[in-house]
Design a protein around this ligand. Sequence first.
Ligand code: GRF
Length: 203
Amino acid sequence: MLNRKVKIAVMVSGGGTNLQALLDNERAGLIPDGEIALVLSNNPNAYALTRAENFGVKAVCVSKADYPDFSDRENKMMEVLKENGIELIVLAGYLSILSEKFTSAYADRIINIHPSLIPSFCGAGYYGLKVHESALAYGVKVTGATVHFVNEIPDGGKIIMQKAVEIQDGDTPEVLQKRVMEEAEWKILPLATQKVCKILKGE
Ligand code: GRF
């Protein structure tokens, strides 16, 4: 049983709207069992780093330019996570697949948001607009978002939370991406993060 909040790192590569949703929910008191202690990016140009700084959260970048070797880069990231006492990692638009070494070091302590209803439109290669293009090309009428634990199989870990979003006539991948974010991702990622923090606190 933990007497304090679970220390969270949010790993990002891009714009960071999901990070923003997490920060806003934390500030509103909606993640009472966790605190975002670190934002870790693999992209020095990620706007998510600016969002973290604006919020007064420590932001660190471990880039390919500084660590060209994949394994060295992951080792450095794990070092930074350890130095900051991180207990839960939230992948929020982190565009690199973690190795088994990494995922097994944080078993049941890494969660990810994916913009479809897993097991549809997921796995290696399904990221960004590709996911929504595929949903529209298939002709599904309902899509959504999934928060799941991360293991060595891309998008293959246990599902924590899902939310459905209806597809509308005339949707483009961009329009659908925005609706999935607004109606599903920004809502379930903070909820699932709190849910996992509560479980970790009780252990
Ligand atoms: C989101 O669609 C998320 O589901 C996916 O990557 C995108 C990240 O967007 N994993 P943002 O950086 O949070 O704005």
